[in-house]
Design a protein around this ligand. Structure first.
Ligand code: UDX
Length: 459
């Protein structure tokens, strides 16, 4: 795509959350002049003081670097930031509505209205928030109603950022998708992403609706892939195969690819569940059922209950009166995010079966504590393990993979480990005297009587 301006250009980001902060800091790192705006004055004040409102590895350093370079600033005043800007990115939250779980567009429409009031020349309004198909049309209509004759183009530019890897995903994307039929807007987007395009990143120009759908189709497909390998894992447990070997065996087929084939307790996060629901709603609204996506949502929901039964079986048939040490609460490693985390379903069910839960997570306990009443939060993994009847690994934090398994076995009252992320090497667990129950592999039973005898002798 040809470019409209010589970089750098002035960009406004509306919304200082996961997407807005990472996008703003990275666009500054690409050389642009970026103003990040948020209505939350405390959040903005924190950012101006170098305090990050979210846990994202590397973000604090990148924000500090770009702020010091004078390319990144934070403010609550959108109207003051827009004049002279070439593009205004809407990066506000689109949380599921409590009533029906569908995307709540109030923040997006409010941002569009504020932008309409402040436009002073041609500008590109960029929808980076994940929005239902057709939202670009609604945003454009709202702006034109508020500012008849406004010289504006509304573009879809979905993000594909994974929490915990967001900066890398922005700076080294597999592709950039730009949804607009407006030639001048395409040229502006080509200018903005020029450094990445020059580095060889494919820049896909398509219609606005196709771009909006690409986001949902991508996330739903990734969730389908995870759901599929999770079901294959359950079959492996019954037929005595190892799901990791099966995943590798199919993943070497370049048509399948080896990523997102890690079996686990089920997908969570702020995106997959929300985006699948939004895609299903769009499909239903247009009379085109998405049964694959509906089935994956149901299978994934049911999986949490399967994980509870797996823990109960590992405990010998009951967890009543038992203490279960849970390692990991966040929906995945590398984040403090608890949205749709499997722990939010699995732990309460274990409690309902009479278990006492002691949990540890390196980053998510502050967010998790109010969501998990009755769960004792421990200051470390070892503190959680001490005296527990068994332990369950729920989130694949690297520090859990590095645990001294002999020490784990010694801290537990019964050396039983349920590894729902296949983090622990089964032979190492066996050598340490742990009975290790994994996903997609039959329990590597070890003779724990020898371990108990050695422990009694040592006491
Ligand atoms: C996802 C998409 O990856 C990203 O492109 C999009 O922009 C936002 O949604 P995120 O939700 O941050 O990113 O996390 P991701 O790493 O995709 O994991 C999503 C869920 O799938 C997590 O619960 C994770 O534990 C699970 N997962 C992921 C698996 O169970 N197995 C895998 O192999 C990969």
């Amino acid at each position: 795509m040809e470019r409209a301006h010589e970089a750098p250009v002035r960009i406004v980001i509306v919304g200082a959350g996961y997407v807005g902060l990472v996008s703003g800091a990275c666009l500054a790192a690409l050389g642009h002049d970026v103003a990040v705006i948020d209505r939350d004055a405390a959040r903005i004040a924190g950012l101006q003081a170098g305090i990050m409102p979210i846990y994202e590895p590397g973000l604090d350093a990148l924000v500090a670097e770009q702020t010091a370079a004078g390319r990144l600033a934070f403010s609550t005043d959108l109207a003051a930031a827009i004049p002279g800007s070439v593009a205004i990115f809407i990066c506000v939250g689109t949380p599921p509505r409590p009533s029906d779980g569908h995307a709540d567009m109030a923040n997006v429409m409010a941002a569009a209205a504020d932008i309409a009031g402040a436009l002073d020349r041609f500008a590109v309004v960029v929808l980076k928030s994940t929005v239902p198909v057709g939202t670009g049309d609604e945003v454009e209509a709202l702006i034109r109603t508020r500012r008849p004759g406004a010289d504006v183009a509304v573009v879809s530019n979905p993000e594909f950022l994974r929490e915990g890897d967001a900066i890398g995903d922005f700076m080294r994307p597999d592709r950039i998708v730009v949804g607009t039929d407006h030639a001048r807007a395409r040229a502006v987007m080509a200018t903005i992403y020029a450094p990445l395009a020059e580095a060889g990143v494919p820049l896909l120009a398509t219609s606005r609706r196709a771009s909006e759908l690409i986001k949902y189709a991508a996330n739903s497909f990734l969730a389908l892939k995870i759901t599929y390998i999770n079901e294959i894992a359950s079959l492996c447990e019954e037929i005595g195969a190892d799901v990791e070997h099966v995943a590798r065996g199919i993943g070497l087929d370049t048509r399948i690819g080896g990523k997102f084939l890690k079996a686990g307790p089920g997908f969570g996060g702020s995106c997959f569940p929300k985006d699948m629901l939004a895609l299903m709603k769009t499909a239903q609204d247009h009379g085109v059922p998405m049964r694959t996506v509906e089935t994956a949502v149901a299978v994934n929901d049911a999986r949490k209950g399967e994980m509870v039964r797996k823990v109960i079986r590992a405990a010998g048939g009951s967890v009543a009166g038992r203490t279960v040490a849970v390692l990991g609460l966040a929906f995945k490693a590398g984040t403090d995010d608890m949205r749709s985390a499997p722990s939010l379903v699995i732990l309460p069910q274990l409690q309902r079966h009479g278990a006492r839960i002691v949990a540890y997570d390196p980053a998510a306990m502050a967010n998790a504590s109010p969501l998990l009443p009755g769960v004792v939060m421990a200051p470390s993994a070892e503190a959680a393990l001490a005296g527990a009847d068994l332990t369950v690994i729920l989130t694949e934090w690297p520090e859990f993979a590095a645990l001294d398994l002999e020490r784990v076995a010694g801290l537990l009252r019964r050396p039983v480990l349920v590894d729902l992320r296949n983090l622990i090497d089964p032979p190492a667990a066996a050598r340490a005297g742990l009975t290790c129950h994994r996903i997609g592999r039959q329990a590597a039973l070890v003779d724990t009587s020898l371990h108990s005898a050695l422990q009694q002798a040592a006491e």
